[in-house]
Design a binder for this molecule. Structure first.
Ligand code: XMP
Length: 514
């Protein structure tokens, strides 16, 4: 693999910037998102194969319109402007953009005539997705239109001598079915990239990097059993073997048999020197009598740090703390129209550990998107049970037992939840759903079972679809499946006589109940 090969995306605030980055990687080229106002010199030093100017909500005529460094147009690097990116390059290079109050939003038919590398292999009439207000009226000198729609003759244009392309539509979205072909043509033909970025090349490149960094020091890692920390562990373990020291804390708030599964996969099968710490009693003692959700979270977080820190301090020659940070956690973004001071999302470190023990951070997945992390895990031999699992909150079942967390409530919830997971898996819905779980409501209601009156707790079922957890829609789980899950919970789990299904989306609800 050519390790320097990359496409850099200048982010003008498009909701699709991450999607563009992912699509470019699907074309086999590493991609990186940077703030729109990156200086041209910095961009040149990155030596990208190509540059993409993303879309964005602004008009080139608005007061705080985000503008890139004009010198990037003379770096000699191929450029693709998408939507706002197209309008901006037209505006900055001497063409004309017409201000418009109305928006063109939705599908359009793109017509192309003459042969062109960017549209090679694309049907002469193809559907594209439009979402823009302003419109290109006149192209800058040197540009020629390469495709049009009923609404504009400049749906796509190119300056072949500077290898600069502009398109009004969004090739990255699924509503532009041949968009991936265009992006591939841009990467491989216009930019001349080799297209050799794959997860096996990533693993090959990462291993010597991790070895070079760690040298003879040990690396501590907080293994949660979630996808990111599991894959980070597998990758680091492949690089430095038993010098990786994963710590797994059982806080008593894990799903049924989770601790057994984690020990089996990592200690037994992968032969990692896993430190398993059963701190469940300590957590449950601290949670006694506490029903306020925020206090519960704080207690759980604080205890975790204490337990983890104490275990980590026992590890000799520790030089690094590894984390499963992924690319969406570290993308720099600049609030468009606001104060353009760079805003970097901070990700939480474990307690005060790195500073106190003078540990450096090791984040081998920080360049990867979730689907790439999963692929790395798969190639390193982690089972689907681990790499395809749904997100699980750090405070665990502590936020799924509403109110006070008691051991007897946890036992009920674990059993109910495992039925939900089992049935959702059997139906094939589990892996298609963002999260599926049970919540225990310590509310007693009356029921009848046989001839007897019962007075027991309520379990709520929650199933939501989401792409990032920020917004979510409840999943239309088939009635028959709901019936089966409810029946099994009431028949098999002592202490539950009623099951309800949560049909609240986010917003206005949250995914978790607390
Ligand atoms: P909410 O309930 O805020 O959850 O809609 C959004 C997503 O975040 C997860 N979540 C957490 N994850 N620590 C975590 O690691 C937490 O304290 C936490 N709280 C919520 C939740 O499961 C959902 O995916």
């Amino acid at each position: 693999m050519n390790q320097n090969e990359s496409i850099v995306i200048l982010d003008f605030g498009s909701q699709y910037s991450q999607l563009i980055a992912r699509r470019i990687r699907e074309c086999g080229v590493f991609s990186k998102i940077v703030p729109f106002n990156i200086p041209a010199g910095e961009l040149r030093d990155m030596r990208p194969s190509g540059i993409i100017l993303s879309g964005g909500p602004a008009s080139v005529y608005s007061k705080n319109a985000p503008v890139c460094d004009k010198k990037i147009f003379s770096l000699g690097i191929p450029i693709l402007g998408i939507c706002y990116g197209f309008q901006l390059l037209v505006h900055m290079l001497g063409g004309k953009v017409e201000r418009s109050k109305s928006r063109e939003y939705g599908r359009a038919e793109l017509r192309s005539g003459t042969a062109n590398a960017f549209l090679d292999g694309v049907s002469s009439l193809t559907t594209v997705w439009m979402s823009h207000g302003d419109k290109v009226l006149r192209l800058p000198d040197g540009f020629k239109p390469i495709a049009g729609t009923d609404n504009t003759e400049f749906a796509a244009a190119e300056n072949s001598s500077t290898r600069t392309i502009g398109i009004q539509f969004h090739p990255e979205v699924a509503h532009t079915p041949e968009g991936i072909k265009m992006l591939r043509n841009f990467c491989l033909r216009t930019c001349g990239a080799s297209g050799s970025w794959t997860m096996s090349s990533f693993i090959k490149k990462s291993i010597p990097e991790i070895r070079g960094k760690a040298r003879d020091r040990n690396v501590i890692l907080g293994l949660s059993g979630g996808v990111d920390s599991s894959v980070a562990a597998a990758l680091i373990h492949k690089a430095i073997g038993r010098r990786l020291r994963p710590i797994f804390v059982n806080n008593g708030l894990l799903r049924k048999d989770e601790e057994k599964r984690v020990v089996e996969v990592f200690a037994r099968n992968m032969k990692m020197p896993l430190k398993y710490v059963d701190a469940s009693k300590r957590f449950l003692d601290r949670l006694k009598g506490v029903s306020d959700p925020e206090r519960k979270r704080k207690i759980i977080g604080r205890e975790f740090v204490k337990v983890f820190d104490a275990e980590a301090a026992k590890i000799r020659n520790a030089g690094f703390l590894a984390q499963g940070t992924t690319y969406p956690d570290v993308i720099e973004s600049i609030p468009i129209g606001g104060n353009p001071s760079a805003m970097i999302k901070s990700h939480h470190n474990v307690g005060g550990l790195p500073k106190r023990m003078k540990l450096k951070l090791l984040e081998p997945l920080a360049q990867l998107f979730k689907d790439e992390v999963r692929e790395v895990g798969r190639q390193l031999g982690l089972p689907d049970e681990i790499i395809m699992r749904q997100p699980f909150p750090g405070p665990g079942l502590g936020v799924r037992v509403v109110g006070e967390v008691r051991r007897e409530y946890l036992d009920i919830l674990k059993n109910a939840d495992s039925i939900v997971v089992e049935e959702m898996k059997k139906s094939g819905l589990y892996y298609k759903t963002w999260q599926t779980f049970a919540v225990l409501l310590p509310v007693k209601t009356v029921g009848v079972m046989g001839d007897e009156r019962t007075y027991d707790n309520v379990v709520a079922l929650r199933a939501v679809d989401s792409s990032d957890g920020m917004t979510a829609d409840w999943v239309r789980v088939p009635y028959d499946l709901l019936a089966k899950i409810a029946n099994r919970i009431i028949n098999e789990v002592d202490g539950v006589n009623r099951v309800v299904f949560d049909i609240t989306s986010k917003p206005p609800g949250t995914i978790e109940w607390e």
